[in-house]
Structure formats: structure tokens, C-alpha cells
Write a protein that binds this ligand. Structure first.
Ligand code: ZN
Ligand code: ZN
Length: 374
């Protein structure tokens, strides 16, 4: 009798997950079957669970499976797979991380070294029961289609720290690199949640001189300082945009920041952040991912300020390799293990989502949840 594995399926937005069993496939040549060990509950997973992304995930959800932050051990290598994307040898039992989207590598945009922006990138199949069945993070297995970008996890990096690296850390590492952050720069980080804390670590590692973090939750600001933020601005004390903009100006000798990154997720912070830029500064927009997030700004102020605004929702494969290298070399320097505050076994995934929910009664109880399969 063939082996089966569990997949968490969501039938109603905001509701319970159901665990279903599906047959575990054999990997075809070039593919890899992974036994998942950890998965993260990301802010975007909460958007999906609440039903805020129905435009993409359907209404009502049809046997929806999702989850994109994960890592695991190689259960079986398909024929011909001998090395990861960096040429390091791969063996069954090795721990690996991988990209959750699949750039085509065969289009005009990919060929211009912009796989992050590939317009033909494939995403995981989100309907449960579709072979090869294991396409997402909340389940026992993951079927990696042939020729995917896979990276061995350094021995020094734990599963809890590695699982979200393919999302937040890779995203801000790619973003700050594309924004051209340089040694000696001043960076403002709007929002000290998962993305924001990762951005602080990356900027410190890249040689930023001064990092200013803004948030309204005291615990997050404390963590921001542990990650290396030089200054923290508490929104609950500096209650207007004007006061926060003035604070950034005075911390930067009146010039404003070289780079401002938005990882809040509400568009209201964008005009404020644009006004925190120095002349010719760069605004990096990552936070807004749910539809309908509009902002308005004076185009003349953009022109006169020589501002550059770049936005991104994905990253190129190299960023995940660099993210894992950063985790290895900076072990002990940044408290990455503190981002993941609670771990739930897969059979309690519904609890994990309810408790990670920050919009309702559970707000503030939990900073970030992980799901454990091992
Ligand atoms: Zn994520
Ligand atoms: Zn492409």
C-alpha cells in the first residue's frame, strides 16, 4: 500500500482547516520530494485566511491549500538531481530551502536578470487534491517540480530560523540591494514586524550607518533595537506624521534618509515615508499586498525631491542563497530565533491562525506562529 501524507485545507475564510490525506508521489527526473519540517504563518497568509485576497484565491475558497514559508529534509531525489543551485552536493536527508514561486527562466524579463519580475512565473497549485498533491507549506510533504532553485541550509541555521528565510529575509535582502543601499547610508524602516526586523539585520550587515525603526508596538520596537536599530520612533508617542517626519529630519542632520522602506502594509504610511527621504533618496515599497491600497501624493514634490520609488513583490533566486549565507555568518549577532514566537503542530494549524490573528481579540498575544510537522 502506498504512503500518504497530510495537507491542510481551508474551506471557509476565517474558519477551520481540515487535514486530508493524499498519496505521496515519487519524484520524476529532476524533481525532489521534501519532507516538510517547519512552515511559517506570514502576514500574507493571514490576509488569505481572512478572505482579503479573494481576487486571487477565489470566493468562496475551493478546497484551498496555501502557505509559502517552509523548509524540510530531502525525502527522495529525482533522477539526475545531484546539487543545489549553488553547486553544493545534495543527498537524501539534507535540509533545504527553496523559492515559493517559479520564474520561467525563458523570457525577455528573466533574460534581463530580473527573474523576480518574471511575468510568466508559476505559482503553487492551490486546490487540494490536484496531483502531485503537495504544493504548499501546510502539509507533510512538498513536491518540488524539476529544475527548481533549491538551497542547502547551512548546519548552523536551525529550521525555525530557516523556514521564513524564503519570504521576509530574501525579500528585504533583494529589495535593499535593488534600492542600492550602501555602506554609510541612513535607512528608515516603517514597521518593525517580521519584514522590518529582517530589514534591520540586512541593512546592518550591508553596512548602513544609521537605522531608524518606526512602529506603534513597544515589544516590536524593543526587538528592533535588539536587531540593531540605532533609533526607534514610537507612533503612540509621536502621534502625527509631522512629528515623525521632524524626528527623522533631526536624526539625519536635517537631510532626511537615503532609503526609506515600507513594510507596514497600510498605504497611509507611504506619503509620510516619502517626506522622510533626503533629496534624491529612494523609497522602497514592499508592504502593500492586498488589493485596493491607494495613496495620493504631490507629483511635483516627487520631481523636486528627485525621489525614486521602487516596489517589489518577489525576489530573484540569488537572494535566497544570500539570505541563508547571512543567517550562517551572523549567527548570534541578530536574534532571528525571536521572530518566531510560537510553534504549533500541524494538527493545531487552526489554533495557530486564530492566535496569530492580530486584527481581533488575539491582537498582540503572538508575534509570529510556526507550524511544525516533525
Ligand atoms: Zn511570507
Ligand atoms: Zn520569465
Amino acid at each position: 500500500m502506498s504512503k500518504t501524507g497530510r495537507v491542510a485545507v481551508l474551506r471557509d475564510y476565517g474558519g477551520e482547516f481540515e487535514l486530508r490525506e493524499y498519496p505521496v508521489p515519487d519524484p520524476e527526473p529532476g524533481a525532489i520530494l521534501v519532507r516538510l519540517t517547519r512552515a511559517g504563518v506570514c502576514g500574507s497568509d493571514l490576509h488569505i485566511w481572512r478572505g482579503e485576497m479573494k481576487d486571487v484565491y477565489g470566493s468562496p475558497p475551493q478546497d484551498l491549500t496555501f502557505g509559502h514559508e517552509m523548509c524540510g529534509r530531502i525525502e527522495r531525489l529525482g533522477a539526475g538531481v545531484t546539487a543545489d543551485a549553488l553547486g553544493q552536493p545534495l543527498r537524501e536527508g539534507d535540509r533545504i530551502a527553496w523559492l515559493y514561486v517559479f520564474p520561467c527562466g525563458r523570457c525577455r524579463v528573466c533574460l534581463r536578470d530580473e527573474m523576480a519580475n518574471c511575468p510568466r512565473k508559476l505559482r503553487a497549485n492551490r486546490t487540494a487534491g490536484t496531483p502531485p498533491y503537495f504544493n504548499n507549506a501546510y502539509g507533510d510533504y512538498y513536491y518540488l517540480r524539476p529544475n527548481h532553485f533549491v538551497f542547502r541550509i547551512p548546519d548552523e541555521v536551525t529550521d525555525d530560523v530557516a523556514a521564513p528565510a524564503n519570504c521576509a529575509l530574501s525579500q528585504v535582502l533583494y529589495g535593499l540591494t535593488k534600492a542600492g543601499l550602501r555602506q554609510g547610508d541612513t535607512l528608515v524602516v516603517q514597521g518593525a514586524g517580521g519584514l522590518g526586523l529582517n530589514a534591520i539585520a540586512v541593512a546592518r550587515d550591508m553596512g548602513a550607518d544609521r537605522i531608524i525603526a518606526i512602529d506603534g508596538v513597544a515589544g516590536r520596537l524593543a526587538l528592533a533595537r535588539e536587531f540593531g536599530a540605532d533609533d526607534t520612533l514610537d507612533v503612540s508617542q509621536l502621534s502625527t506624521p509631522e512629528r515623525r517626519i521632524d524626528a527623522v529630519r533631526s536624526l539625519t542632520g536635517g537631510f532626511g534618509a537615503d532609503v526609506v522602506v515600507d513594510v507596514v502594509g497600510y498605504p497611509d504610511v507611504i506619503p509620510e515615508g516619502l517626506r522622510m527621504l533626503r533629496s534624491g533618496g529612494i523609497y522602497l515599497e514592499i508592504g502593500n499586498i492586498a488589493p485596493g491600497n491607494f495613496f495620493s501624493y504631490d507629483a511635483t514634490a516627487l520631481v523636486r525631491g528627485g525621489a525614486r520609488l521602487i516596489a517589489m513583490a518577489n525576489y530573484s533566486p540569488w537572494a535566497l542563497g544570500e539570505a541563508l549565507a547571512l543567517l550562517r555568518r551572523s549567527r548570534g549577532r541578530f536574534p532571528f530565533e525571536k521572530i518566531m514566537s510560537h510553534v504549533f503542530p500541524l494538527e493545531r494549524i487552526s489554533d495557530a491562525f486564530r492566535q496569530a490573528e492580530w486584527k481581533g481579540a488575539g491582537a498582540g498575544r503572538i508575534s509570529r506562529a510556526a507550524i511544525s510537522m516533525s
